[in-house]
Design a protein. Structure first.
Length: 345
């Protein structure tokens, strides 16, 4: 038996259209889902990039503001500096437009003499063949005793004339006092050989040379006679400052205080004399030269730096040329660093 199915063509067409619509809707829904998901991902990524760009922009703006502030601060600093320079230039009448270094206090020769004369003494030592005379510097205290620095050639042949009495005398003319003095050595500081080669030595101030003070009335009659009890030299507790080596520059003005033979009076002990000059070479070693006048008897005196009022050197001897002569000074910064610092703490 043969069965024959009959379908209405119109129904079939409707079915086909329905299936097509269903398939199309499915595709559209699936595509829409993925499209929405892609759009959301894309939007999220864009938001992150946007936020990162905003943050970077804010940091960049912050850096710019910091730079602007630094520039403004720098401008303010430059303006203040320029104002200070202009003010300094105006006060110093400087027409060059350049800032000037602060000027050092200027000491006059009179200042140097008045402030240091008490430290410069006359040293005289008895020898077999007479008297050796020079100058000395009251340089410090050791064991409670006043120590005077002088040249070795002043004390080298000192010999006591009377047993128990020191062979040398220290005449502090600025104080009006005369003392006995004994050459002393400090082996832990310097050997006698070193002192002889460099030409420095020490004398220790002992008791005062007896002096009599006589008072006379208006009729010429002695009314009082007594020994001097004034001992100002022994009571000195401050001593001249010694320059640092860096201050000893060629061309610096110096004042030399001492007791040259040319200024001697009838006692042959000399009198305090001041001469002026400059440091004539680069004072880098043990000695330096000076144009200041130095004579016999100046040996052992003090050469003071005029700009700083400090002790620069000690005259040692004169180097005579064919026409002129230059004095030679032992550098006090050298002595201080190598020897004196061990003796005077």
């Amino acid at each position: 038996m043969k069965i024959k199915l009959l379908f209405n063509p119109r129904i079939i067409k409707v079915i086909k259209i329905s299936v097509l619509i269903i398939v199309t809707l499915s595709l559209l829904l699936t595509g829409g889902y993925f499209a929405i998901k892609y759009y959301k991902n894309y939007q999220s990524k864009n938001n992150e990039e946007f936020l990162a760009q905003q943050k970077e922009k804010e940091e960049h703006n912050s850096q710019i503001e910091d730079l602007k502030k630094q520039v403004e601060d720098l401008k303010d600093s430059q303006a203040k500096t320029q104002s200070q320079v202009q003010s300094q230039n105006k006060s110093q009448d400087n027409n060059s437009g350049l800032p000037q270094l602060p000027k050092l206090p200027k000491f006059t020769t009179s200042d140097i003499v008045n402030q240091n004369k008490k430290y410069i003494v006359n040293v005289a030592c008895f020898e077999d063949n007479g008297l050796s005379s020079g100058s000395g510097i009251v340089i410090g205290k050791n064991g409670g005793k006043i120590i005077v620095l002088t040249n070795r050639h002043v004390t080298q042949y000192a010999k006591a004339k009377t047993p128990g009495i020191p062979p040398c005398m220290v005449n502090a003319t600025a104080l009006g006092e005369v003392y006995y003095a004994q050459p002393v050595f400090f082996p832990s500081v310097a050997s006698e050989e070193e002192m002889g080669i460099i030409d420095f030595s020490f004398v220790e101030v002992r008791n005062m040379v007896p002096t009599t003070i006589v008072k006379i009335d208006s009729n010429g009659k002695v009314i009082e006679s007594s020994e001097s009890l004034i001992t100002d030299l022994l009571n000195i507790n401050s001593f001249p400052s010694i320059c640092s080596n860096s201050l000893l520059q060629m061309g610096e003005d110096i004042v030399i205080l001492g007791y040259p033979g040319v200024g001697s009076d009838i006692s042959n002990l000399g009198e305090l004399t001041a001469t002026e000059g400059i440091i004539s070479n680069n004072a880098l070693g043990v000695y330096f030269t000076t144009s200041a006048k130095i004579e016999h008897g100046n040996s052992g005196g003090g050469a003071f730096l005029k700009s700083y009022n400090c002790l620069a050197g000690m005259p040692t001897y004169v180097r005579v040329g064919e026409i002129e002569s230059l004095g030679r000074c032992l550098s006090l910064p050298y002595l201080q660093n190598k020897y004196l610092s061990k003796l005077f703490y």
